[in-house]
Design a protein around this ligand. Structure first.
Ligand SMILES: Cc1cc2nc3c(=O)[nH]c(=O)nc-3n(C[C@H](O)[C@H](O)[C@H](O)COP(=O)(O)OP(=O)(O)OC[C@H]3O[C@@H](n4cnc5c(N)ncnc54)[C@H](O)[C@@H]3O)c2cc1C
Length: 446
């Protein structure tokens, strides 16, 4: 098993527009910094709007979290519906759940509209419980979905074995309208779409600093009326918002293609699912279009590490546990693995802000999940275009950097960022209740 991102490996047979870097000073109406799911979704909202738009990306389009991800397109990125219900009540939870739901719709719509080859596969979600606690989580999720009038199907341990070839799980919740995707292929496909529609794309172009309306790179600058910053791992030298984000580390591996017998052993009914389990540092798996098993997970020790952990020790243990749950697949070989750092805020919801010091600059950061990123980018694009309706402007309030967090940011000076973010993440996921807090919001501000 070698250290290599499978999505880059599988990009090789495809042809995408060549990489161009910014080498001069240019002027545009809108500049987007960052070509991940958020930035490209923002850029796509300007297609056909008659504005001069540019995107600068320090890597290649999708080269960071987006292109490392497992490509699960499910609204349940880090917070399950019942956890949102605890925090915001059932109506609030529904409203917030609709954010990633519409993010998924947007991605699927674009794939179809522009005929993007990105291994998009319809795969129902299967959240599987382990032990008594896992079964309780399954039951709670079922209750919340029913309360929110959402589709749901649950399975007991024995029933589950007819669709998932393991005796390890105590139950499961299943729901639809979810997909698997190669988000690196999607990002590169969208790059072509954006270029064809007249948007200027500069890759291998890092924004070093922003001053008033101008963003400076190593060999040029972009001056713009409006600017959307959609970057990850924000450096303190770039923006003070860097203190508002940290990351969680997870690991992925990819197997050789499954034989027919292996496929049947994994999904006995023939229908495939995207699955994750109920443990805190959960394992997750799904098949790619070439029937390779994508398996991910992590460890408590490495999740909040400051840096990448490039050894195969953690993923080897995830694979070992997977083989215990699916002994029929004990000979399945894994060929590549890679780590990834997912940017997060303290409470696992994204942050979207218009910088009060420079109202022409919008930021979206700490976005956990491709569907959320897809929504946030599109939302900011539509805000700039004046197309976001009055009701939608509530998202500035829901996802404000001034919303309630259990632990204040200054605590990181004493306890360090990893401790602050891990404790606050845990609190947000398992205990936080936001219901009684009044969200301060005045649509006139936007
Ligand atoms: C291993 C892994 C597995 C994941 N699995 C899933 C999954 O299965 N499903 C899911 O929904 N989510 C998953 N995620 C999370 C998901 O990938 C992210 O939440 C999402 O991609 C965030 O998109 P983004 O555009 O905000 O960030 P990014 O994709 O990180 O994009 C930010 C972009 O900004 C660029 N950039 C940074 N600094 C600068 C600068 N100064 N100048 C110019 N450009 C800059 C970066 O190169 C990058 O391309 C996973 C993440 C990882 C790491």
């Amino acid at each position: 098993m070698i250290l290599q991102n499978w999505w880059f490996t599988s990009l090789l047979p495809h042809e995408y527009p060549p990489i161009q870097s910014l080498q001069k000073d240019i002027q545009v109406d809108v500049l987007i910094v960052g070509g991940g799911m958020t930035g490209l979704s923002a850029a796509a909202s300007f297609i056909g709007k008659g504005l001069k738009v540019a995107v600068i990306e320090r890597n290649v389009f999708g080269g960071s979290s987006t292109g490392r991800s497992a490509g699960f397109l499910t609204p349940d990125s880090e917070l399950e519906l019942n956890q949102l219900e605890r925090r915001f009540g059932i109506e609030g939870a529904q409203k917030i759940w609709n954010v990633p739901v519409s993010g998924i719709d947007l991605i699927v719509k674009r794939v179809k509209e522009y005929n993007i080859q990105c291994d998009l596969i319809k795969q129902d979600s299967l959240f599987v419980g382990i032990g008594r606690d896992g079964l309780d989580s399954v039951e709670e999720e079922k209750k919340s979905r029913l309360a929110a009038h959402m589709d749901v199907q649950t399975y007991g341990s024995e029933q589950l074995q007819s669709i998932l070839g393991s005796q390890h799980y105590t139950g499961a919740v299943r729901y639809g309208n979810t997909y698997g995707i190669s988000s690196l292929q999607y990002a590169q496909g969208m790059k072509k779409v954006l270029i064809d529609s007249g948007i200027q794309i500069f890759e291998a172009t890092e924004a070093h600093r922003i001053q008033n309306h101008t963003v400076y790179t190593h060999a040029g600058s972009v001056t713009a009326d409006k600017i959307i910053i959609a970057i990850d791992k924000i450096k303190p030298s770039f923006s003070s918002y860097s203190k508002e984000v940290f990351h969680a580390q997870t690991f992925l591996s990819i197997s050789e293609p499954l034989s027919d017998a292996d496929y049947k052993a994994l999904f006995p009914s023939g229908e495939q699912f995207q699955c994750w389990d109920s443990t805190l540092v959960y394992s997750y798996w799904r098949l790619t279009g070439t029937r390779r098993l994508l398996l991910g997970g992590g460890s408590a020790l490495t999740t909040f590490m400051n840096h990448w952990y490039n050894q195969d020790r953690i993923i080897a243990s995830v694979i070992k546990n997977f083989r215990k749950s699916f002994p029929q697949l004990k000979n399945l070989e894994f060929v590549q693995f890679w780590p990834g750092l997912i940017d997060t805020t303290r409470d696992l919801l994204p942050t979207i802000v218009r910088d009060p010091r420079s109202p022409h600059v919008h930021y979206a950061f700490g976005i956990v999940g491709l569907p959320w990123a897809s929504f946030c980018g599109d939302f900011l694009g539509r805000v700039i275009l004046g197309e976001a309706n009055e009701d939608e402007l509530k998202y500035f309030s829901y996802f404000s950097d001034r919303r309630y967090f259990a632990l204040p940011i200054w605590l990181q000076n004493f306890m360090g960022k990893p401790s602050l973010f891990s404790l606050n993440n845990l609190w947000a996921k398992y205990y936080q209740v936001d219901l009684k807090r009044k969200l301060k919001f005045d649509s006139k501000d936007f």
